[in-house]
Design a protein around this ligand. Structure first.
Ligand code: NAI
Length: 410
């Protein structure tokens, strides 16, 4: 591997985590879809060597640990892997396994591409206008887990410090306030925004939008925006047009000249989070790559996923673009209510696999997977979740759907 560019052999070892709950129904069964696509694209020249690694309940039963060190090491060694959903074990102080894996591997980008697949029922009138790529910062923000419960001694220390040393008087109910800390760094923000801009440039996408609440949280979210524009000037001067430059050109020389300014370049703009959530419903076609912090990104990812038809479909990945290390994942949870019944929708896992093929540079195989899933859905051959909201559809079990998608490739 060189500067985040993977040097992929023809037979890469790919660690995979089956996952809990419906992970048992969807993950291993879906690997054959990916194998078939690779075979279709490259014949016998390329093939993935799947390596099962343990996490979640299966790992706990076999090793006494929910996330054995061997699993983390396998991802470190082989760089790229895929996972099904994992239950967060209930119990005081237990970290989510997903968060633990992201932190261990410093996977600072949570990437969620959101694009409608023809035929999927959507709550909006024009889901075909949604084509966005969300870069959610994965390691900082209020999600860092630095919180102090009211009544605990640590909380009292912080309260005393804020009042006595910092002169803070604006905590409305100090006697009963819990406190959370929101770290947002220049380094963390810039590496996230750098990856988003590079992604847009590599794929000829028109714009990157910084989504923030900098009007209220000036030194965290406001700084995120400021660092984004700074980075564009420092590192992408010839490839990125900042919004104010574009606007000035439009005012002085008209829209045609302004448009010319953008030829072969990426427009960098910013929007306040609440306005952005309205914009996703009113003018989704004006947004392409989105770069945002952890909490905003969480809300935005789920809203956009719902707009294109929901939970069983949207794929995702956690990526460190500096090392190339990446874990692709189904974005839904373990759905315990339907686990073991062979009725879950495997699309999120399958499409995450297609994203993984893209990341390996095997775009041809990725395209075959996307096409096969789209074909099955547009022919209304679907699992229970979609069947229940579609007219005249054919109901397939998870395994039948996977067979259908595999056969579509012939
Ligand atoms: P969930 O995503 O498992 O389920 C929410 C709803 O969506 C349920 O009605 C479920 O039946 C349905 N659903 C989810 N995936 C589906 C699929 N592929 N096909 C058809 N229907 C599907 O979310 P919930 O219930 O909040 O979480 C359950 C467990 O999953 C928890 O332990 C949670 O911590 C874990 N979880 C794990 C994630 C991960 O590993 N990335 C992400 C989210 C939750």
């Amino acid at each position: 591997m060189h500067q985040g560019r993977l040097n992929v052999p023809d037979n890469p070892v790919i660690p995979y985590i089956k996952g809990d709950g419906i992970g048992n129904d969807i993950s291993e069964a879906s690997l054959k879809v990916l194998d078939k696509a690779v075979e279709k694209a490259f014949g016998s020249k390329r093939k993935m060597e799947w390596k099962k690694v343990l996490a979640g309940s299966e790992a706990y039963e076999q090793t006494g640990s929910y996330l054995p060190e061997e699993t983390v090491n396998a991802f470190k060694t082989y760089h790229v892997g895929i996972k099904g959903p994992l239950t967060t074990p209930v119990g005081g102080g237990f970290r989510s396994l997903n968060v633990a894996l992201r932190q261990e591997l410093d996977l600072y980008v949570c990437l969620r591409p959101v694009k409608w697949i023809k035929g999927i029922p959507s709550p909006v009138k024009h889901p075909e206008k949604v084509d966005m790529h969300i870069f959610r910062e994965n390691t900082e923000d209020i999600y860092a887990g630095i919180e102090y419960m009211t009544g605990e001694p640590d909380n009292e220390k912080i309260m005393n410090f804020l009042r006595d040393e910092m002169g803070v008087t604006r905590i409305r109910f100090p006697e009963t306030a819990s406190i959370g800390i929101k770290p947002v760094s220049e380094e963390g923000s810039k590496r996230l925004i750098r990856s988003a801009i590079q992604y847009a440039l590599d794929r000829d996408l028109p714009s990157v939008t910084l989504v923030h609440k900098g009007n209220i949280m000036k030194y965290t979210e406001g700084a995120f925006k400021q660092w984004g524009y700074e980075l564009a000037e420092e590192e992408f001067e010839k490839q990125v047009v900042p919004w104010n430059e574009y606007e000035q050109a439009r005012e002085k020389a008209g829209p045609e000249t302004a448009r010319k300014l953008l030829e072969g370049k990426v427009l960098l703009k910013d929007v306040i989070t609440d306005a952005f959530l309205q914009e996703t419903l009113l003018r989704p076609e004006e947004y392409s790559v989105i770069a945002t912090m952890n909490l905003n990104g969480d809300y935005i990812s789920d809203q956009l996923a719902a707009m294109i038809g929901g939970i069983g479909i949207a794929p995702g990945a956690n990526i460190n673009y500096q090392t190339g290390c990446a874990v692709f994942e189904a974005t839904h949870g373990t759905a315990p209510g339907i686990a073991g019944k062979d009725i879950a929708n495997p699309c999120s896992f399958i499409l995450s696999g297609a994203m993984m093929l893209n990341h390996l540079g095997w775009e041809q195989a990725a395209g075959i997977v996307f096409q096969a899933v789209e074909d099955a859905i547009s022919q209304k051959q679907v699992t229970q979740d979609l069947y229940s909201v579609m007219d005249d559809a054919t109901l397939l079990s998870t395994s039948q759907f996977i067979d259908q998608v595999t056969e579509q490739m012939d």
